[in-house]
Design a protein around this ligand. Structure first.
Ligand code: 5RP
Length: 230
């Protein structure tokens, strides 16, 4: 069995949480894409749902598959969001944003009654932080913002290299919102809440990839099968 099959198994199990008439948030990334493709099969078979994608990429995929879409402006309250994660700890705290969609992902997840994370078991960690924390920043004054992140993160007990995310050709990665991303290699975090608070204090920080108190459940696919953690 491969990681891809674990992701697929988690995505398939998530379908069981979808009910006719639901307003759904659709996540971003390889696991969330599997869910979108499976959902498309159900829609073709007659399931009625209305969905808000969390990225341009997911929007394209959902459109290709004929999934009915709306926007969060037209439909500001959602029933359920299904999305992937880069790390999940034992308290269902997450690091997200490996795909750069953290801002829309957080807006959509917090507009939902429930958020369910789907992931392979390698995403489970004892402490968040081995995966560099994505921080989305405004382009204006980004060096000052970077310095402020370094300083306030240190006050929250986090130290490590902060690098701007680049594409393979060396050009800056630009988010769907037109911003840049710093990946912050802070290592295992003793106090994610303190770091989140510190980052929220910085004007140039648009959003950070810590999802704390947002996920309601996680569906984890692994060598032992699929586990639902609530
Ligand atoms: C995108 C995300 C993704 O959900 C996260 O990176 C996990 O991706 P994958 O399912 O491909 O491992 O947060 O911004």
């Amino acid at each position: 069995m491969s990681v891809e099959s674990y992701k697929l198994a988690a995505a398939r199990r998530a379908l069981q949480f979808v009910e006719p008439g639901m307003r759904l948030g659709l996540g971003t990334g390889s696991t969330a894409s599997k869910f979108v493709e499976l959902l498309a099969g159900e829609v073709r078979a007659g399931l009625q749902v209305l969905c808000v994608p969390t990225s341009e990429e997911t929007q394209r995929l959902a459109e290709q598959h004929g999934i009915p879409l709306t926007t969060l402006c037209e439909t500001p309250l959602l029933d359920l969001t299904i999305d992937g994660a880069d790390e999940i700890d034992g308290e269902l705290r997450l690091i997200k944003g490996g795909g750069g969609a953290l801002l829309r992902e957080k807006i959509v997840a917090t507009a939902s009654d429930r958020m369910i994370v789907i992931a392979d078991s390698a995403k489970q960690v004892a402490k968040l932080g081995a995966f560099p924390l994505p921080v989305e920043v405004a382009r204006f004054g980004m060096t000052a913002t970077r310095n402020m992140i370094e300083m306030l993160a240190a006050d929250a007990g986090c130290h490590g290299e902060i690098t701007q995310r680049l594409l393979s050709d060396g050009a800056p990665f630009v988010t769907d919102g037109g911003n840049y991303i710093f990946d912050c290699a802070f290592g295992p975090m003793e106090d994610p809440e303190a770091l989140d608070e510190a980052l929220k204090f910085i004007p140039g920080v648009v959003e950070n990839g810590l999802f704390l108190g947002i996920a309601d459940a996680a569906i984890i696919g692994g060598p032992e099968g699929v586990a639902v953690i609530e």
